[in-house]
Ligand binder design. Structure first.
Ligand SMILES: [Zn+2]
Length: 404
């Protein structure tokens, strides 16, 4: 028996918009904001209620009707995100869509190397797709589910059914400031990421060196260098995560990750840490490494086990051999000592091995193993501020087992 997993990811390219497209982007934003307003006034955030309330209100926009539905759906996503934040006790601003962005799962066609979308009633716009884009979407069983336009980028959300890889073992991934450690009882490997840390440091120094006391200019400069840094570290991380996933596939090992939700709140002002330390810890892209490993694994059908906070407790200070609490010593630096087994172990290695172990426990307990199939993969596009709910397009799910 084998399971089929629906895997979703996105690919993007640059494009040159026409005037109609720019108008459409603007109109889309207005429609989203109108729907948000209607939702707020009526206290509605479900897609169904919001559609009933605002579809007729959007009649005054001269937009192809398919985009109206998508605008409502985006508004519903933004409202739902706000509701969630409120429930968790965060203060929120009145939701409003600033970004010029068009998301749609209807009305588009891909033919002869072009993406064709309606821009006005009866008028279409064609975007030539790059070689890379065509290559990716022409892979077997790949379906294009939706497209996203910004002022200069086109992103396609693609999906495919992948038979799930049956795993016989697990490997843990432990993320530290300077490396990723991957391994289990048999073997551990380090992926050096100290270069990322250096880049982050440089960025902080550059941004800090601009002394003009104008908040707007500082924001622009900071975001410019921030983007540059994200691109460079992202590339480094890609190389590491690609190898990690490929290796795991070859050895039939499910990847075990720790849940790092809320890690940012560990390093905030008032927690009794120095500013430098906080900056360093927050500078490191914890989430990015995990995001990359998760989507790459999902795309290929490799199971991911995400351990809860409780399950990972003490994973870096417990002896993987005897379960004793390990002793640290200033002299040992990043090494730990088990008084019971009388051996010195590498701290990172200990964490990775423990994660692999604990993941395997979960793996063995549930047959067929339950895999984290949720996650905001509806639109895998980076920097999507809020989950976009698109009618007819849902997050990846395990479908019924099929005979093989
Ligand atoms: Zn021990």
């Amino acid at each position: 028996m084998s399971f089929i997993v629906l895997a979703v990811k996105s690919v993007w390219q640059y494009y040159v918009p026409s005037r109609d497209v720019l108008r459409l982007l603007d109109m889309f934003r207005w429609m989203v904001n109108d729907s948000i307003g209607i939702g707020l006034v009526n206290g509605a955030s479900s897609l169904r209620r919001l559609s009933l309330l605002s579809y007729s209100q959007l009649a005054r926009y001269d937009s192809p009707s398919c985009y109206k539905l998508c605008a409502i759906s985006r508004a519903a996503g933004i409202l739902a995100a706000q509701k969630k934040s409120v429930r968790r006790g965060f203060t929120t601003r009145t939701p409003y869509s600033f970004k010029q962005q068009l998301v749609s799962c209807y009305g588009f066609k891909i033919e002869n190397g072009y993406l064709r979308i309606p821009v006005l009633r009866g008028k279409r716009f064609s975007i030539p797709l790059t070689k890379h884009m065509l290559e990716v979407i022409s892979q077997p069983r790949v379906k294009v589910r939706s497209f996203t336009l910004t002022q200069n980028r086109l992103s396609l959300c693609i999906a495919r059914d992948t038979p799930r890889i049956e795993c016989t073992s697990t490997i843990g991934v432990d993320r530290n400031l300077r490396n990723l450690t991957v391994g289990n009882d048999e073997e551990t490997r380090h992926y050096d990421l100290s270069k990322c840390v250096r880049m982050a440091k440089t960025t902080v120094r550059i941004v800090a060196s601009f002394t003009r006391n104008d908040d707007r200019i500082r924001t622009v400069i900071a975001s410019k260098y921030g983007e540059r840094r994200t691109a460079r570290t992202g590339h480094l991380l890609h190389n590491a995560t690609k190898t990690i996933v490929a290796m795991a596939v070859r050895r039939r090992e499910a990847i075990v990750l720790e849940n790092i939700g809320g890690i940012r709140s560990l390093y905030r002002k008032g927690n009794g840490q120095g500013g430098k330390y906080r900056g360093r810890m927050n500078g490191w892209s914890f989430g990015e490494a995990q995001r990359q490993i998760e989507y790459k694994a999902r795309w290929i059908g490799l199971p991911i086990i995400r351990l809860s906070r409780r399950e990972t407790r003490g994973s870096s200070v417990t002896c993987p051999r005897c379960g004793e609490r390990l002793q640290s010593d200033k002299k040992l630096k990043r090494k730990l000592w088990c008084g019971n087994c009388r051996i010195v172990m590498d701290r990172d290695m200990v964490a990775a091995v423990n994660l692999a172990r604990r993941g395997r426990v979960r793996f063995a307990r549930s047959r067929p193993p339950i895999i984290e199939a949720q996650g905001g993969a509806v639109e895998a596009m980076k920097g999507n501020p809020t989950p976009t709910v698109i009618p007819g397009v849902d997050a990846p799910k395990l479908t019924q087992p099929t005979k093989s």
